[in-house]
Design a protein around this ligand. Structure first.
Ligand SMILES: Nc1ncnc2c1ncn2[C@@H]1O[C@H](COP(=O)(O)OP(=O)(O)OP(=O)(O)O)[C@@H](O)[C@H]1O
Ligand SMILES: [Mg+2]
Length: 412
């Protein structure tokens, strides 16, 4: 199949030899059942390769599933992939089919394979070699016919040397390697990608599309782009939203690029609430955010005022269902209205009036989650989307970071 047709179909921008070669390998290998290992730095666009391989294979009418091995807790990944029998572990009230069973005949994309626990790696090796697997808690060997495509931004060979990845599995997965090039290794694609993203964001935000002057284009092309296409896309979005001038100069651009120590970064507004003199769209946006925050605080306060009113039982029930109050000081002493014949989980909760300063406490309870989300977003930005570095900075494991990204629905 023609490479250009594939690029059009899957929305892939770029024409550098390294990208074309990677696509060529994907096309050639698609219609075999060989296992493919897609390698490349974070944000280079590995995911679409798995879709191309499935879509161009004889399995295309059968299921395709993408599993992020880093996002599934270690305790449940075996069960997710291979299924389990009833009673095989606490909470296994029913038996369950795993993906290797439900996707029989199709393709499984194992993303972030470097994060897969050692025990699961052993099961995976077996299914790759013999097509056999066993549900957790069962002794019955079952057969499946699944094609595996895996991806990682890690150096798997190094992981094997550290004893964190099975060497036999590494060689089994690496039957056909596809290396997706880093953006700095295909500089000629950078202006094309930037133009594409600028147009997309101008449509999204209904603003005229931004353009770079020549000097700015040179800076863009020679920037290291450690977060690759994901980072480029983020920068294009920021400039599209925040730049007041649609012709972006080198100086404008530098303010958005974190690896430019010699220039002033985006100015922080010291006291945005008091600033009534707006010099740019960015200042206006900051002001808007602060106003929105004030509104949210007001709404929260109103909500708790309503809660205090015993006639508003519905509002209180909503709260009970959402467990918002469980970490609330005084929650243990909450009253239930007389005659409420509901189980504890459904009982309307009325807060005793004298217990707390509602406004202050609500702020405190909710802001922990807000702050956590904010910190995660900040850390990812600082490390240009590199989850490993962001997790290190945040002092949490990468696995926890994956879970939080999902939990807070943070798009990278
Ligand atoms: N050639 C391309 N043309 C246009 N957009 C692209 C291209 N390649 C990737 N993208 C976009 O770049 C972003 C990052 O791609 P993707 O999520 O596949 O990265 P990744 O290699 O899987 O990174 P990670 O290892 O961090 O998961 C996505 O928004 C994707 O749509
Ligand atoms: Mg990915």
């Amino acid at each position: 199949m023609d490479i250009q047709a594939i690029k059009n179909r899957f929305g892939i921008i770029g024409s550098s030899p390294a990208l074309n070669y990677a696509l060529q390998v994907a096309v050639q290998v698609a219609n075999t059942d060989l296992t493919v290992l897609i390698n490349g730095e974070s944000g280079v666009g590995k995911e679409v390769f798995s879709q191309i391989i499935h879509a161009l294979s004889a399995r295309k009418h059968n299921p395709f599933i993408a599993v992020n091995c880093g996002a599934i807790p270690e305790g449940t990944i075996d069960s997710e992939l291979f299924g389990h029998e009833k009673g095989s572990f606490t909470g296994a009230v029913d038996s369950r089919k795993g993906y290797f069973e439900t996707v029989n005949g199709g393709t499984i994309f194992l993303d972030e394979i470097g994060e897969m626990p050692m025990g699961t790696q052993a099961r995976l090796l077996r299914v790759l070699e013999t097509g056999e697997y066993i549900r957790v808690g069962s002794s019955k060997v079952q057969k499946t016919d699944v094609r595996v495509v895996a991806a990682t931004n890690r150096d798997l060979l190094e992981r094997t040397q550290q004893g964190k990845f099975r060497e036999d599995l590494y060689y089994r997965l690496n039957t056909v390697p596809i290396r997706v090039p880093a953006l700095r290794d295909r500089k000629e694609d950078i202006p094309l990608l930037f133009r594409k993203f600028s147009v997309d964001f101008s449509e999204k935000y209904k603003t005229p599309s931004i353009q770079l002057d020549e000097e700015a284009r040179n800076i863009l092309v020679n920037y290291p782009w450690r977060g690759n296409i994901r980072e480029l896309k983020n920068i294009a979005e920021q400039i599209s939203v925040l730049s007041s001038d649609k012709l972006v100069t080198a100086n404008d651009l530098k303010r958005f690029l974190p690896d430019q120590p010699e220039v002033n970064r985006l100015p922080m507004l010291a006291a945005p609430q008091q600033n009534s003199d707006f010099n740019s769209e960015r200042d206006i946006l900051y002001k808007l955010f602060f106003d929105m925050k004030k509104d949210v605080t007001e709404v929260k306060k109103m909500f708790f005022d309503i809660l205090q009113n015993p006639n508003m039982a519905h509002a209180a029930e909503y709260h009970a269902d959402n467990h918002v109050l469980h970490s609330y000081p005084g929650a243990a002493e909450m009253n239930t209205p007389p005659g409420a014949g509901l189980g504890p989980a459904q009982q309307p909760i009325i807060l005793p009036d004298n217990k707390i300063d509602h406004h202050e406490e609500v702020e405190e309870t909710l802001s922990i989650a807000d702050k956590e989300k904010e910190l995660i977003v900040k850390a990812l930005k600082k490390h240009k989307g590199k989850r490993k570095d962001a997790a290190l900075d945040l002092g949490i494991s990468e696995r926890t970071l994956y879970r939080k990204l999902k939990e807070y629905n943070i798009a990278e």
